[in-house]
Design a protein. Structure first.
Length: 372
């Protein structure tokens, strides 16, 4: 019986054939892991832990000496491991010749102009006749539909994030700074079993919470103002993403109206989710509600995004594209918000999976206004 990864490779080979390619060169970190199980991580854009070559003629994982043993352990049962000594470009002609490659597909989102030039020069100097073919979303098209094991890992990562927030609630009080609160939740996630953070934790209080991607500062929490948290945990490569907005002390009427508007917008969006629905209409369900209230124009970002091996991936749920037709087992966030410069902001974010009967909300943490 073939493994999950082997079945994924078979599907990629079918796509390669449909695109009249001989070999697909996979450089995107998450795609590489999805198709090989290799956990080597690219530390920055111009550094690579390795590259997959998928072809009917064979499967190769090319890496350098830092990752060679790890690659053998994690992927050597499926891929031939090739260790390059002078960089990928120098090794590439030998790999392409071995795989009988005439048309090489590459992931356009990942290959830089500099690397494209180096690769082209090495192929030309080797005497090989290989056409470099730009591809887009070949692997991502498969990744957008999660299997049940992936959904379970996402939900476990989400549970870690939610558990961490519950554990720090008693520490949320006037005088604690945004930076201190961010550290507390990050520490709690690691203690709860997280492999890492989905992204740098956002904690923003008062006027700072009007910035959707605020960076935690030395500003101390005060009573009766919005405090926005946005955080997530990584488990076995899978990401979670959650936002909550709270207040210390008794919220005023304006906060309550804004909060209820966001909460109702989220509920309307969740109820609009079903297989066959365009993701743009889900965004519209939330956005129209907010715009119909006193907060028109204050929802300034997309409604949500897919989450899996990346914290931001397809499907995109927003107003700026034609949208995606939703399918069963897509996982994404629903995170409407209201942002008032000078006052603050409110964002509520849950994660959902599309099921045949509608949306299944993966979160367990309640969205009540926490105050004391």
């Amino acid at each position: 019986m073939k493994s999950t990864i082997e079945n994924r490779i078979l599907r990629i080979k079918e796509i390669i054939s449909e695109k009249n390619l001989d070999t697909l060169m996979v450089m995107v970190d998450e795609n590489r892991r999805y198709l090989s199980g290799f956990k080597g991580h690219d530390t920055q854009f111009d550094e690579s832990a390795g590259v997959l070559f998928i072809s009917k003629a064979g499967l190769i994982l090319a890496t350098d000496s830092r990752y060679e043993e790890q690659a053998v352990r994690e992927s050597g049962h499926i891929y031939e491991i090739v260790c390059y000594k002078e960089g990928l470009a120098r090794q590439l002609p030998a790999i392409l010749e071995k795989l009988c490659t005439k048309r090489l597909g590459f992931e356009s989102v990942r290959l830089s102009c500099l690397d494209h030039r180096k690769i082209s020069e090495e192929i030309k100097s080797s005497g090989l006749e290989v056409e470099l073919v730009e591809t887009e979303n070949v692997v991502e098209t498969l990744r957008v539909i999660k299997d049940e094991e992936e959904i379970e890992l996402i939900q476990k990562a989400l549970l870690i994030a939610e558990t961490a927030f519950i554990q720090i609630q008693d520490s949320i009080r006037p005088g604690i700074t945004e930076k201190e609160a961010a550290w507390l939740i990050e520490k709690a996630m690691h203690e709860a079993g997280a492999d890492g953070l989905s992204f740098p934790t956002i904690v923003a209080s008062g006027p700072n919470s009007a910035l959707p991607h605020a960076i935690p500062s030395d500003r101390a929490f005060k009573e009766n103002e919005p405090i926005l948290f946005d955080w997530g945990a990584v488990l076995n490569g899978y990401f979670s993403d959650i936002s909550r907005t709270i207040v210390i002390g008794k919220p005023d009427d304006y906060f309550i109206r804004a909060y209820k508007t966001v909460l109702d917008a989220q509920s309307l969006a969740v109820n609009a989710i079903a297989p066959g629905v365009n993701s743009k209409s889900v965004d519209e369900a939330a956005r129209k509600h907010i715009d119909s209230m006193e907060f028109s124009g204050k929802f300034i970002h997309g409604l949500g995004h897919g989450t899996g091996l990346s914290v931001h991936e397809d499907p995109r749920v927003g107003p700026l594209s034609r949208g995606t037709v939703l399918e069963s087992q897509m996982v994404f966030t629903i995170e409407p918000g209201i942002y008032i410069p000078g006052w603050g902001g409110i964002r509520l974010e849950n994660m959902v999976v599309v099921r045949e009967g509608g949306a299944e909300v993966l979160n367990k943490l309640e969205q009540n206004i926490f105050y004391k």
